[in-house]
Ligand binder design. Structure first.
Ligand code: XIL
Length: 372
């Protein structure tokens, strides 16, 4: 039987190293290792609790899924896609439940992945009691402080970063009319960051939103938030670009670079926090090629801008994506198809991380800041 020499080489390596997960030396292959070599701190994938939501009914896939998620070395960081949200962690006032969030935290710890935590103050997946009560400003301030104190306190030391405020902006850069904004105005953002900074002094504190990946009125709005906090002497460390993009109409590399620099020049780091690139289903050669280009652009931009520190996909396995339920007719947004074969976009990311098409070789040489 003919074996290519690369396979013979792999077969001769001690077990574990061939799989790219030699303990002690860290993974040698996979997206995370490539990302670190490119100067990023991580390449990660968010994940949900087994049996819940999009994962329900796919139990037969779990063994293969877990192998990639936790053991392959592809990912060095994770986030619970749902388990730390207000609806689950404080379903009633003062009643805290970390059962779901802990499932992902425990797996991350067991397998040596770092965690980004998500999300403390958000209008969506909010517990009904917060929205249904008529608050005085004083009462709602207390609600926010109590929530952040408990949740960020519980996870203290386990989060590289927290999305402190999520999706506070409308597309035109004005503030979204959430219960928080309606009662407190922009003060709620200051209060949230101020409280998080006190509770977890070591977690990076992020503002996180979608449609911040190319310059727009909304990116100006997010810059305004960064400046507002800094002017008030309140700590903000990062802006998360969710990066829920569209294969058929995606930003250029230069647009991504301009948007990212618009934040880093304000003295905050940037991360791609929920990357997925949906397409009109069924997938075909054309839109998969567009998707590959789109992934390559956005990851390539992050590699090229000093201050863009990491990339996380919002899960990696198409059946577990939130996209089809929210955008009818669209899907196949992630990197592994239902049969566990990889999208062409996987190679696009590898190209971006190895600088084959982004004209650089400008390693940022700051992987040493990781877990600082
Ligand atoms: C999504 C989850 O992936 C779904 O399982 C859930 O039903 C809805 O929320 N922006 C965010 C994420 O900040 O929290 C959202 O996650 C996707 C959009």
């Amino acid at each position: 039987m003919y074996l290519p020499s690369s396979l013979l080489f792999l077969a001769s390596l001690p077990l574990g190293m061939a799989a790219g997960k030699g303990k002690g030396n860290g993974p040698k292959t996979g997206l995370h290792a490539l990302a670190k070599r490119a100067g990023l701190k991580y390449f990660g994938s968010a994940t949900d609790s087994p049996g819940q939501r999009e994962r329900a009914g796919y139990e037969d896939s779990y063994a293969q899924y877990d192998e990639i998620m936790w053991k392959s070395g592809e990912f060095g960081l994770t986030t619970p896609t749902n388990g730390q949200k207000w609806l689950f962690v404080e379903p009633e006032r003062g009643v805290f439940n970390f059962t779901e969030g802990d499932i992902v935290t425990d797996l991350a710890q067991k397998h040596g992945l770092t965690q980004r935590c998500h999300a403390l103050v958000w209008h969506s997946q909010l517990a009904p009691w917060v929205e249904e009560t008529e608050w005085t400003p004083e009462e709602l301030r207390q609600v926010i402080v109590d929530h952040i104190t408990e949740v960020a306190g519980y996870y203290k030391g386990k989060c590289y970063a927290w999305d402190v405020v999520n999706e506070a902006l409308n597309e035109d850069g004005t503030y979204r009319e959430s219960v928080f904004y309606n009662v407190l105005g922009e003060e709620y953002i200051k209060l949230a960051f101020e409280t998080a900074a006190k509770v977890d002094p070591h977690a990076k504190l992020y503002y996180n939103d979608y449609n911040l990946e190319s310059p727009s009125a909304k990116t100006k709005g997010a810059q305004r938030i960064v400046k507002m906090l800094k002017d008030a002497g309140i700590r903000i460390d990062g802006v998360g670009l969710q990066a829920h993009l569209i294969a058929e109409s995606h930003p250029t590399l230069d647009e991504h670079i301009a948007a990212i620099k618009g934040f880093t020049k304000l003295g905050v780091e940037v991360a791609l926090t929920e990357l997925d690139i949906r397409l009109q289903t069924p997938a075909n050669a054309t839109n998969l090629a567009q998707q590959k280009e789109a992934y390559k652009n956005v990851v390539g931009a992050c590699v090229q801008v000093c201050g863009c520190i990491g990339v996380e996909v919002w899960d990696f396995y198409d059946p577990f994506s939130w996209v089809p339920a929210v955008f009818p007719g669209e899907g196949a947004a992630l990197l592994w198809f239902e049969d566990f074969s990889k999208h062409p976009a996987y190679d696009g990311i590898v190209e971006a991380l190895t600088n084959r098409t982004t004209g650089g070789g400008k390693g940022k040489g700051k992987a040493n800041l990781w877990k600082a």
